[in-house]
Ligand binder design. Structure first.
Ligand code: AMP
Length: 561
């Protein structure tokens, strides 16, 4: 039988707020966590954002609150300012009828307001470790009366370098306080922290199966790295997107992709760690208020993004960790809505696909990209829909006058309408559907470094579209013609911007061999042949993973031809 909120014996003033929020029944983490936390013991909760973990710790804190005290009774540590604000807001909502005083404390805002609020008296403090520590050192924050301390997204705080601050804050609280540690993952350092500060903690883990929300439709498309943008553009033309979040691997990638999309007519902006706090908030508010439809973000930057109505999550680059994948797609399909998660995958990343599927215990559906004909149909449909909107609105007095003039001049009304459509559709010519190259299956045995290098654009077997017959026949021999030389092949070529100095520079430098010892270099469209003295072959192979293109920093892989 499923637990109901009424089974949890929460205070009536909390129940009243839950009714107002229309929470009908507790989520799994709430059903398990709330009774444990209400008893005051320490607890570890392994749960992601989107599982309802905020209420899981907020409700017991509110339940155990003693009114009329001046000093904080509960402290919640958050990795980011956004999360702190979000948790404080949620806590105020849950405690709307309890009279709770919640204060959020984070860097980048004035000390004055925070200090005077502390002086007036607060019950719950939610904040980021750095600023909390500042206030503790200034003696403005007194943690001696804290009875419950929550570490929210502990793994994130760890990766942001807050671990020492957290320990100092923990040390500033009474030893008998309750600690609730929440973390999506349990790296060693977090386990050590738990061991040191938590007393016989109980554990609550939300089973992996529940991690991926059932309301998310998961699809993937296999494309060559170089065709990802074209593939994304096609999907943007055919999907019914209300709000999309696109994940890319690097900060630089966010800007590049956002610009590319914007130049294709899709209102997109980037969200990355380089943005100032103000700029970040402005971008998020434009997204929230529907001024932009698309955010291109890194994983770290997307943390704390509290927007429920995301129709699509795109994995433009795959993450290295299946857990991160789950985090990403958990951002859609929330608040009872259906969501779509779309992953663009290069042929050699299928190994990662298996790992993700194993982790989530859910299969992703392999899908075919929309064809040119699909795009044309989608465009036609869109025009008809836009026309219908205007026909319903009926506000085209000036245009009607123009049509009347044409009718009076003897033109057929149907033909006038068709000619108008024609004019409307002229802009389509400026948006040609980009060609997408054929995908060749990747043979993993040929990749000495496994599937880690996901930016790899097709394998050496991928002769590519552009490589001419002439160059292939003159240099396709996999053996060097020079004695004592071995022919090797790099998986990048002219279309990636490879120059001879790239080849000599990076190989000679990283493999620590004389540049002039390298023999013939032949750059083809998708790959490059280079002759290497036989005695250096192993040395060159050993440094795979280090060879990079100067221009775009992409990694090149070299192997025997
Ligand atoms: P969280 O994981 O705490 O970020 O919560 C994810 C979302 O679920 C938030 O929008 C909450 O308002 C919502 N939520 C949390 N608990 C419940 C519940 N028991 N019933 C319905 N919605 C909930």
């Amino acid at each position: 039988m499923t637990t109901q909120f009424s089974d949890l014996s929460l205070r009536p003033d909390i129940m009243q707020a839950l009714e107002k929020l229309k929470y009908t029944e507790p989520t799994p983490i709430q059903a398990q966590m709330i009774p444990i936390m209400m008893t005051g013991v320490d607890v570890i909760g392994q749960a992601q954002t989107g599982t309802g973990k905020t209420a899981a710790f907020s409700l017991p804190i509110l339940h155990n609150l003693i009114s009329g005290q001046r000093k904080p009774q509960a402290l919640i540590l958050s990795p980011t300012r956004e999360l702190a604000m979000q948790v404080a807001k949620a806590m105020e909502g849950y405690g709307a009828y309890t009279g709770v005083r919640v204060l959020s404390i984070y860097g980048g805002s004035s000390y004055g307001r925070q200090i005077s609020a502390l002086k007036r008296g607060v019950d719950v403090v939610v904040g980021t470790p750095g600023r909390l520590l500042d206030l503790l050192n200034k003696k403005s924050l007194d943690l001696s009366q804290v009875r419950t301390l929550v570490l929210d997204e502990a793994d994130e705080m760890l990766s942001m370098g807050f671990i020492d601050d957290i320990e100092t804050l923990l040390d500033a609280t009474a030893t008998k306080r309750q600690v609730a540690l929440f973390s999506a993952t349990m790296p060693v350092r977090i386990r050590q922290l738990a061991k040191k500060y938590l007393h016989e903690p109980q554990s609550v883990a939300i089973k992996k199966k529940q991690l991926t929300l059932a309301a998310v439709e998961q699809r993937y498309y296999v494309v060559n790295q170089r065709d990802k943008l074209a593939a994304l553009t096609r999907l943007f033309e055919t999907e019914d997107i209300s709000r999309a979040l696109i994940f890319v691997r690097t900060r630089a990638g966010t800007g590049e992709l956002a610009n590319e999309l914007a130049s294709r007519g899709f209102s997109a902006e980037m969200l990355n760690g380089d943005l100032s706090q103000d700029a970040r908030e402005r971008v998020m508010s434009r997204f929230r208020n529907d001024h932009i439809k698309v955010l291109v973000a890194t994983d770290v930057a997307a943390r704390g993004l509290d927007i429920d109505d995301i129709s699509h999550v795109f994995n433009y680059d795959l993450p290295d960790d299946p857990e991160v994948f789950v985090h990403r797609i958990g951002r859609t399909g929330r608040a009872g809505k259906e969501g779509i998660a779309i992953t663009l995958m290069t042929p050699k990343e299928t190994r990662m696909l298996n790992r993700i599927e194993g982790y989530t215990r859910q299969k992703m559906t392999k899908a075919e990209l929309p064809s040119k004909a699909d795009i044309m149909n989608a465009r036609k449909k869109q025009i008809v829909e836009r026309m219908e909107v205007w026909l319903r609105r009926g506000r085209f007095k000036n245009e009607l006058e123009l049509v009347n003039q044409l009718v009076e001049a003897g033109h057929d009304p149907l033909e006038i309408a068709a000619a108008s459509m024609r004019i409307v559709r002229e802009s389509e010519n400026q948006r040609p559907v980009e060609t997408i190259g054929e995908v060749r299956e990747w043979n993993s045995r040929r990749d000495p470094r496994g599937s880690r290098n996901s930016r790899f654009s097709g394998g050496p077997r991928d002769k590519g579209r552009g490589s001419s017959k002439r160059t292939r026949s003159s240099f396709s021999s996999r053996k060097s013609h020079e004695q004592g030389m071995a022919r090797m092949v790099l998986d990048k070529g002219r279309s990636d911007g490879v120059s001879p100095s790239d080849v000599v520079g990076t190989i000679a430098y990283h493999a620590n061999i004389p540049g002039k010892s390298l023999g013939a270099i032949h750059i083809q469209d998708q790959q490059t042949f280079v002759d290497v003295p036989e005695q250096f072959v192993d040395q060159v192979l050993a440094k795979n993973g280090n060879y990079r293109l100067r221009k775009n920093k992409e990694i090149m892989t070299v192997e025997k031809a």
